[in-house]
Design a protein around this ligand. Structure first.
Ligand code: HEM
Ligand SMILES: *[C@@H]1O[C@H](CO)[C@@H](O)[C@H](O)[C@H]1NC(C)=O
Ligand SMILES: *[C@@H]1O[C@H](CO)[C@@H](O)[C@H](O)[C@H]1NC(C)=O
Ligand SMILES: *[C@@H]1O[C@H](CO)[C@@H](O)[C@H](O)[C@H]1NC(C)=O
Ligand SMILES: *[C@@H]1O[C@H](CO)[C@@H](O)[C@H](O)[C@H]1NC(C)=O
Ligand SMILES: *[C@@H]1O[C@H](CO)[C@@H](O)[C@H](O)[C@H]1NC(C)=O
Length: 606
């Protein structure tokens, strides 16, 4: 009888488990609105936690009075964007009035970073707050929790990733970025972000190997102490280097024994070793790696001069902090300034946040990584001096770096226009496999829909495919793939979204990307009141290096001979703005190029 009882209770347990797995979780319907949090109570009831959402009611749908007033007064993101990118004469005045400029910059920083949970909350395995999700740094965090598992009808039948790439993402014909971004910009983006986007695909796309979760310059110094030590000279704070044709370059793998990813055919004398193992992939990355290596050793000389008594370790550590400061300065005042298209002059000044409620910490989100896959920036061929390189000639070819030299690379990359990112049909065929993987990874991580992310970042959900793309043909292709606008995924949605007028991308990319970006930059410890002072950077001289950093200085102070023009925007050209895009044409045959093999190597290494 006892055994019988046991069998029955096990049986009941199974039934209960099965039924609760299949559709009886009331939170599956996502009833809580306006960022309210759903907590299930058994299989037939739930509670919405509306705390500090500004709404109340069973589903957090009734706005409080203050919310009503705020949303009435609040201009739309597109209106704000329009104002910031027009009326140049007004901005010329505002930019000159320091208290106004400071107030606006403070508003930009706080309004953006308020959208980021800090301390971080969810990750791809946990849709509720808990200590493991908070403390395990190997995970990327999440802006939105993953879709709950076992929710019937929650994951609509999504189109095959490869189909999405071919139908709406793949380039037909190169579309230049109407903002005139240069390849100098594109490679900066790739170089800068790879210090914190470093997925640990051995564990899965939800995991990262860059535990610094921000601007730690691990791509220059290595992600762990062992690698850093192999790259350091241990003399006067400097990094190891070699001299080729009278110029300084990174050391060779064979000399420093650092693990780097090169294909078998890469000759030994061109296997350079730097902080990020994948930077041999593209000469543009190696160019920036070389510039920063030279900058590090240059600043070490300055520090040595200032502090003859300091040992190697102190010079190295202080120089690293100076380079972190320089990076943030360049990213805000050159890179984001260019990208934003604002006439308002952005300012890197940590003091703006000293009297604000702001957490000096950061955790990289998986969604930030996903949205930063800006591969449409890449052209069809790379023009350097009088040479044109195809992808197979360009990739993993460091001979290009030493052959042309850093000055010529800067000059050529500044002159070549990058591709437009949003608007669809501009992904270079060389990276189409990568794009399909991004979609597959997003599904594995159970991302919520594009519209869910739009709501998360205070944007109105799109109501139709044409609303999303602004283009009938592209909308029709998207509709054939997804059927329902509510099913559109984040990554494909971002890449087909209608760009803002004459802009590189649309509303969602900016309104989602900017909060992650500014929070990551200003959340750095060097921006905190405890750190942000001259002594942290070796005194006034070091602090001045940080505060005068610019792309131009980075280049001019580190190339031999005359200083080339270095700019994130291609200088003085009239851009042929996509008048010649033929929506109905099929992808052009780039089949002669087959870099897939090389890229597979890269991907498997990651
Ligand atoms: C010729 C140039 C480029 C090539 C061949 C290339 C190739 C790749 C490949 C193969 C991956 C691995 C993807 C995977 O397996 O899931 C990757 C990741 C990525 N790429 Fe690129 N890429 C290029 C340029 C760029 C540029 C200009 C950006 C600009 C921001 C960029 C941003 C990223 C990001 C954010 C990741 C994710 C990194 C990670 O999660 O570890 N890439 N790329
Ligand atoms: C809350 O949402 C549920 C499920 O979507 C719905 O049945 C219910 O009527 C809503 N309650 C109110 C007060 O709107
Ligand atoms: C105002 O700004 C312009 C450039 O933006 C500059 O040339 C001028 O000197 C500034 N005027 C004042 C009063 O600061
Ligand atoms: C983080 O989580 C992963 C997956 O559960 C686990 O393998 C890893 O050991 C955890 N890391 C730490 C430091 O606990
Ligand atoms: C690498 O670049 C050099 C120019 O520096 C070129 O001569 C060579 O053919 C390229 N290598 C490959 C494999 O295409
Ligand atoms: C666009 O492509 C279609 C189909 O390939 C072709 O019939 C049409 O003439 C093209 N239009 C232009 C302006 O090139």
């Amino acid at each position: 009888a006892k055994a019988m009882k046991k069998t029955i209770s096990v049986f009941l347990l199974v039934i209960l488990t099965v039924s609760s797995c299949y559709g009886l979780d009331p939170c599956c319907a996502q009833p809580c609105q306006n960022k309210g949090i759903c907590v299930s109570k058994g299989s037939d009831s739930y509670e919405c936690d509306c705390t500090r959402t500004g709404y109340y009611g069973e589903n957090c749908t009734t706005p409080e009075l203050s919310t009503r007033i705020k949303s009435f007064l609040k201009p739309s993101p597109n209106a704000v964007h329009h104002f910031l990118t027009h009326y140049k004469w007004i901005w010329n005045i505002i930019n000159n009035i320091s208290f106004l400029r400071d107030a606006i910059m403070r508003y930009v920083l706080t309004s953006r970073s308020d959208l980021i949970d800090s301390p971080p909350t969810y990750n791809s395995d946990y849709g509720y707050k808990n200590w493991e999700a908070y403390s395990n740094l190997s995970y990327y965090t999440r802006a939105l929790p993953p879709l709950p598992t076992h929710c019937p009808g929650q994951t609509p039948a999504l189109p095959e990733a490869k189909q999405v790439v071919e139908k709406v993402l793949l380039r037909r014909r190169f579309i230049p970025d109407p903002q005139g971004s240069s390849l100098m910009f594109a490679f900066f983006a790739q170089h800068f972000t790879h210090q914190f986007f470093k997925s640990d695909f051995k564990r899965g796309a939800a995991f990262t190997r860059s535990l610094g979760h921000g601007v730690d310059l691990s791509h220059i110094y290595g992600e762990n102490l062992e690698k850093q030590h192999k790259l350091r000279l241990f003399k006067d704070g400097k990094m190891k280097y070699q001299v080729v044709d009278g110029e300084v370059y990174p050391p060779l793998v064979k000399d420093v024994q650092v693990d780097m990813h090169y294909p078998p055919h890469a000759p030994e004398e061109h296997r350079f070793a730097v902080g990020h193992e994948a930077f041999g992939l593209v000469p543009g990355l190696m160019m920036y790696a070389t510039l920063w290596l030279r900058e590090h050793n240059r600043v070490c000389d300055v520090m040595k001069q200032e502090h003859p008594d300091w040992d190697d370790e102190r010079i190295f550590q202080t120089t690293r902090l100076i380079l972190i400061g320089e990076t943030i300065k360049i990213v805000i005042e050159d890179y984001v300034q260019h990208l934003s298209g604002y006439h308002f002059k952005l300012k890197f000044d940590p003091e703006l946040l000293f009297n604000q409620r702001f957490q000096y910490q950061n955790r990289i989100a998986a969604e930030f990584n996903t949205l930063y896959h800006w591969h449409p920036l890449m052209p069809d061929t790379f023009h350097i001096q009088h040479q044109a390189y195809s992808y197979p000639q360009f990739l993993f070819n460091n001979s290009i770096v030493t052959e042309h030299g850093i000055g010529n690379l800067v000059d050529s990359f500044t002159k070549q226009t990058a591709g437009r990112i949003s608007g669809g049909w501009n992904l270079p065929p060389a990276v189409q496999g990568m794009a399909a993987k991004v979609l597959e990874h997003s599904r594995q991580m159970r991302y919520q829909s594009l519209n869910a992310y739009r709501k998360r970042f205070n944007l109105r959900p799109y109501t139709s495919f044409e609303d999303l793309t602004g283009d009938k043909v592209l909308a029709a292709e998207m509709e054939k793939l997804y059927g329902d606008i509510e099913s559109v995924e984040l990554y494909s949605g971002l890449l087909v979204e209608k760009p803002r007028p004459n802009a590189v991308f649309g509303e969602t990319m900016v309104e989602m990307g900017a909060p992650f970006s500014l929070k990551g930059l200003m959340g750095n410890p060097i921006c905190s009141p405890e750190y942000w002072m001259p002594s942290t950077f070796g005194g006034k001289v070091g602090f001045d290096i940080v505060n005068s950093a610019s792309l131009k200085n980075l280049v001019c102070l580190n190339v031999n001979g005359p200083c080339p023009v270095a700019s994130f925007k291609v200088p003085d050209v009239n851009f042929p703005i996509f008048a010649n895009v033929n929506s109905s044409s099929e992808p052009s045959a780039h089949s002669t190029i087959n870099p897939t093999v090389l890229l597979k190597e890269r991907a498997s290494e990651l």
